[in-house]
Design a protein around this ligand. Structure first.
Ligand code: WTA
Length: 630
């Protein structure tokens, strides 16, 4: 199933477009099914209704664990690197991981979980997080992992949206030199979550926590009461595997739903091909399992292919900016998959942190989450890859389940800042505002996908209409990505960024409406408008224009309060980088905020505000410009 020459890519691509069912049917043969499908694909983008491998039965954990045991049971599945480099790293072989997943799956059952139940996971980046995820999948429960940086309110909203029955957490998490009190945050969240019956708590940082009688139990105690065999639940290919919440242009995050069969095939196929993974190699994806990249390319993709996946608890700059390079050297990492933000941040420390580090194990480099600028691309190429390791700039989304447009390592000729070509099975199309196809090369437009692929989302949890409206209604019969895109003379794709009201801050998706709602919760705030602006390290920064007449001259203090409010409502990742107090916002006569103008002001490009003739009160703009310069 691995593509090794460009000619082969072209042939596979052609086949995947001309005969998608045969193509994916053959790819799926590389996985283990309890029962085969009777139909590879049935679909329409109108409703939308998409079914892959209909009638097939499987359990994804049999593909990620059991099937490797006979030949590769003693091979490392997960290498855990702790936040503190002085602490020992932990290696779990496939046999050990299998045993622990089975054991914890029994713990879940013992605590009342069964097939179809939703389970919220809020944990640090420790092996038990991967174990918890896989244990849910083992018993057919649907996991909803929430990134450890979200606030109690965000967690409660997500738990309630999918009526989770169980929560899995830890006492706390380390992130660099900070400690995050995960259990405290969960306790706050659970006050407003009536559906949660049990909370399983892992001991990690050994900070005191309060345990609620009847609800809270310790992970360590529970595993003592169960054995380590657990027959995997038989799942239908279209049964739900997980929900992952992500931001859109409205205020409320959406629960993107992925199903068992198609997601497994897509994550496994793309992992094996894009990274040209070779047996025995060590693969290190620096993402957090709280995001889709961690789901698909730390857990499911690599494990389904019997790979060795490094799971890193910490951050790139702790205890110093050579941490990644130390990990590469220590574990002889062959593939490093990271985000442009991390690259830019490490670049800013110069070459000193690289001195004396042995990076010779590196064979493949990868980038994901946001557009990578040329400077960062070249630095990555020269300093980390020594001009020899191909860089795969992988474009995809929570909704796509896996990589969509990307070079195939060692196969596709790369080009700085280009995600290059669609993977087999992916049919991108550029359209103009009216949805007409923009044909030919040397063009740009809105990026859509015109044919289903196995890893695509099936719905948004509890609200299918929302899924339809958000992704399938902007343009008829197309999946709309929300991204702008350029196709150059060679037919290579370059993603230029979101065309909707979604920001990409350090590779994290944040809706402007979400941030505005959070700011507006601050007592003194009357109204606010949030836009993105170019930021050297984060890619995009958050710029908030805020009307707050009750400030009484205490601007700095009020700013601090507002930041705290945002942290409390969403989490620290959504804190604005800049807050500007204004007395009004630029609005059209019909009362719509003209964000285009605010974006220009945030970028410092006030000479080119464009058409301002529909403004209700042009004086407001002058005042904002004046204030922004102060
Ligand atoms: C952006 C992350 C440019 C894009 C896997 C997309 C990228 C959003 C790239 C999805 C890339 C992701 N080049 N932009 N290689 N990869 N994006 O759901 O705007 O967290 O729509 O999934 O990130 O973010 P999400």
């Amino acid at each position: 199933m691995q593509i090794t020459t460009f000619q082969q890519y072209e042939e596979e691509y052609k086949k995947s477009v001309e005969n998608p069912e045969q193509f994916w049917g053959e790819v799926a043969q590389n996985f283990q099914w309890r029962k085969p499908w009777f139909k590879v694909l049935s679909w329409n983008f109108k409703d939308p209704e998409i079914k892959w491998f209909e009638g097939a039965k499987l359990n994804i954990t049999e593909n990620c664990l059991d099937r490797h045991l006979a030949a590769n049971g003693d091979k490392p599945a997960i290498i855990w690197e702790p936040n503190n480099p002085e602490e020992e790293s932990v290696t779990l072989t496939y046999k050990m991981l299998h045993e622990r997943v089975c054991r914890f799956a029994n713990v879940l059952k013992r605590n009342g979980a069964k097939k179809g139940d939703r389970i919220c996971i809020y944990m640090p980046m420790v092996p038990e997080l991967a174990i918890a995820v896989l244990a849910c999948a083992r018993i057919g429960a649907v996991h909803s992992v929430i990134f450890g940086g979200f606030s109690a309110k965000s967690i409660a909203d997500r738990i309630n949206d999918s009526q989770c029955k169980l929560v899995i957490t830890a006492d706390g998490a380390y992130r660099g030199n900070k400690q995050i009190p995960l259990k405290d945050v969960i306790d706050d969240a659970l006050i407003g979550c009536p559906t949660v019956e049990k909370c399983i708590v892992l001991t990690h940082v050994r900070t005191p926590v309060s345990m609620l009688k009847g609800r809270d139990v310790w992970w360590e105690d529970e595993v003592k009461h169960v054995n380590d065999t657990c027959e995997a639940e038989e799942m239908d290919a279209e049964d739900m595997l997980f929900i992952l919440y992500t931001s859109g242009s409205t205020g409320k995050p959406k629960g993107v739903v992925h199903t068992c069969g198609g997601y497994m095939v897509y994550a496994g196929y793309t992992f094996s091909n894009v990274f040209n993974y070779q047996p025995g190699e060590v693969y290190f994806c620096t993402a957090d399992i709280g995001w889709i990249t961690g789901h698909s390319y730390i857990v499911y993709g690599p494990l389904s292919q019997g790979a060795t996946s490094v799971l890193f608890e910490g951050i790139p700059t702790h205890p110093g900016p050579s941490r990644f390079w130390d990990i590469v050297e220590k574990h002889k990492v062959n593939t490093l998959y990271t985000a442009p933000t991390a690259i830019r941040s490490l670049m800013s420390f110069g070459e000193e942190p690289l001195n004396g580090k042995d990076l010779s194990s590196i064979r493949i480099l990868g980038s994901v989450g946001e557009p990578i600028n040329e400077e960062a691309w070249h630095w990555f190429d020269e300093k980390i890859g020594h001009n020899e390791a191909p860089i795969v700039d992988t474009w995809w989304q929570t909704e796509t389940g896996g990589i969509m447009i990307s070079p195939i390592a060692t196969v596709t000729k790369t080009k700085p800042s280009f995600a290059t070509l669609p993977l087999p099975g992916v049919q991108p199309i550029l359209v103009d505002e009216n949805g007409s196809e923009i044909k030919g090369n040397g063009v740009s437009g809105n990026l859509c996908i015109k044919f289903p692929w196995p890893g695509m989302l099936r719905t948004t949890y509890g609200d299918h209409e929302r899924c339809k409206q958000t992704y399938f209604s902007t343009y008829e019969n197309l999946y709309f990505t929300g991204d702008g895109c350029l196709r150059d003379e060679d037919g290579y794709y370059r993603i230029t960024g979101r065309v909707d009201d979604v920001l990409n801050v350090s590779g994290h998706r944040i809706g402007t409406a979400e941030v505005e709602n959070a700011i507006n919760m601050h007592a003194g705030v009357v109204e606010s408008a949030v836009v993105g602006y170019p930021h050297d390290v984060k890619g995009q920064g958050i710029y908030a224009f805020v009307i707050n007449p009750e400030m009484h001259g205490e601007a700095d203090l009020t700013k601090k309060d507002i930041l705290q409010t945002v942290t409390r409502v969403i989490g620290a990742i959504a804190k604005p980088d800049k807050i500007l107090f204004v007395s009004g916002l630029p609005k059209t006569r019909s009362g719509k905020i003209m964000r285009r103008i605010l974006r220009k002001i945030a970028e410092g490009d006030t000479a080119n505000l464009g058409d301002t003739s529909t403004l209700m009160d042009p004086a407001v703009v002058d005042e904002i410009i004046e204030a922004s310069r102060r």
